[in-house]
Design a protein around this ligand. Sequence first.
Ligand SMILES: [Fe+2]
Length: 383
Amino acid sequence: MPYYIERGEIPPKRHTQFRNPAGDLHFEELLSRKGFSGEHTNMYHLRMPTRLAAVGRFMERQLQEAKGIPHRHRHLRTGKVNSSGGPIGSRQVLFYNDDVIISKAHPDETLNSFYRNGQADELLYVQSGKGTLATNLGNIAFVPGDYVVIPRGVIWQMSFDEPTRFLIMETRGSIDVPDRYVSDRGQLLEHAPFCERDLKLPDFQAPIDEQGEYRLMVRLQGGIQEYIYAQHPFDLVGWAGQCYPWAFSIHDFEPITGRIHQPPPVHQTFQAAGLVICSFVPRLFDYHPQSIPAPYYHSNVDSDEIIFYSRGEFMSRKGIEDESITYHPMGLPHGPQPGMYEGSIGKQETDELAVMIDTFAPLKVAAAAMGIDDEHYPMSWSE
Ligand SMILES: [Fe+2]
């Protein structure tokens, strides 16, 4: 979570009586991480946040693994994935393990009911389109290149101004900026590739004082539980704390370059338990007179590597298109394709834009990936 902020009306002291001008008491709710021992937000409701009208259906959602497929490098043309519906229903899971579920979604419908991920944080990378994430803590307008971070527990809806495409990561652990970018007291450090001023924070909205029936879908590991609440979930008069949705544009990531090829950790943008997320952005290449800008071949034997190619020319890959994903599993070496390693010598800059997800446990390939799999990719290194 970024840092402590306050929005709307809050009492001067936490856990004390807080009333409206008519004398009615507001109801405080604590949203907290690591039990009661991590970052937290105090929220002040018009009504009890626990007032249910009904417990609805449980809709089972089991992840489907592609069975009996060979272990090999993969290239998925995710622009062709069969996806439509709302921002939840349109998700097509492509890879997963116990730490992360990686999906692509091309929603074409507004999310009018309310949604809360009960057991995972969500990171939505906006490949294209525009819209608004509306939450109980405030709104965030998103545009292409934004990473939108939605911690578990936040209640949200979504609307679109343009057809929108997301790459989505749902993580078991919290999604944070890397520890090494942050001081002991929680400030982003001088060497970090972005700072607090680059973050987009929620735009607080006045509380909605309505009662009736409001459908909330809570995402759980095995499915989605529907609840009907007796008041509008966006009834906060104010809140204060460090748990809230936020966004960061990949275009505000300031690349770190060097005389020789810089390894992926210089591109790291987020961390979560069991994975890192990196941003490859337009930048000048290495300036040692004998440098080779393309990456060296590598066997990063403790991580599976997913790269989502957002746009631009990719110096080390042939046959890649916008929205391609390459998957290089930990059991094999990988690197530039024929001609690309030596061909990169003398190149001055790159305009590539890509998101990399390195997981520390092997990923499973989901069944939905099979329809968009480029079966020739493993042989693309053959000269
Ligand atoms: Fe790699």
